[in-house]
Ligand binder design. Structure first.
Ligand code: 2AM
Length: 195
């Protein structure tokens, strides 16, 4: 069974291109507003009581659109240009079920139905990234928010209280490793047009 660290080794992490130039570990994501963060956190706390493991911090919760790994500054600039060229549409995401991966260690919430505007955005962005030579995971986009890591049990097979999320922008994020785990910093944000 593939583990998250296998996955990290397998995709997205390009070899250092410019020795000595600091690289940034970056990814594109959907980032919730404060009220959605609160609702996601409540869902995570409920699941934590049942599954155990490590509760991810409220301010770090997100949906990953594309993970790029370590990138040099010129490539980060190119990522911004690629993002600015996207013509995505806003959508309403309803996170109404949960599941687990990797022998239940990763517990997530996701939509039963992913809005087509969001699938289109993820596909167009990933295609543009590949066209510019970025090594991207080839698996189809699966919208989810990771809520727990190192969980001990699968979540119960019942629907969770739905979390409503108006997705009207996407972001490029830098992941910086600190003492208390990954710290995320939003580098830039691009709006999605109302449909
Ligand atoms: P996740 O979205 O399934 O939780 C930042 O590391 C984010 O990128 C995490 O949220 C993580 O998983 C996602 N991600 C996807 N592929 C990754 C990889 N190869 N290495 C690290 N993180 C990855």
């Amino acid at each position: 069974m593939e583990t998250p660290s296998d996955r990290r080794r397998a995709v997205g992490v390009s070899p250092p291109r410019d020795q000595g130039i600091p690289q940034q570990r970056v990814f594109f994501a959907l980032w919730p507003r404060a009220e959605t963060q609160v609702a996601l956190h409540e869902c995570a706390v409920g699941l934590h009581a049942q599954c155990g493991g490590r509760l991810l911090r409220r301010e770090t919760l997100h949906v990953t659109l594309a993970f790029l790994g370590e990138q040099a500054p010129d490539r980060v600039e190119l990522l911004r240009r690629i993002a600015a060229g996207q013509v995505g549409k806003a959508s309403d995401l309803v996170l109404d079920h949960c599941g687990s991966w990797h022998e239940h260690r990763i517990v997530w919430t996701g939509p039963q139905r992913t809005p087509e505007q969001l699938v289109d955005l993820a596909q167009a962005l990933n295609a543009a990234l590949r066209a510019d030579g970025f090594a991207i995971d080839r698996r189809p986009f699966s919208a989810h928010v990771t809520l727990l890591r190192n969980a001990r049990r699968a979540p119960p097979p019942v629907s969770t209280k739905p979390v409503f999320w108006r997705v009207d922008s996407f972001v490029l994020v830098a992941s910086e490793l600190g003492r208390e785990g990954a710290r995320y910093r939003i580098i830039d944000r691009w709006p999605l047009a109302d449909a």
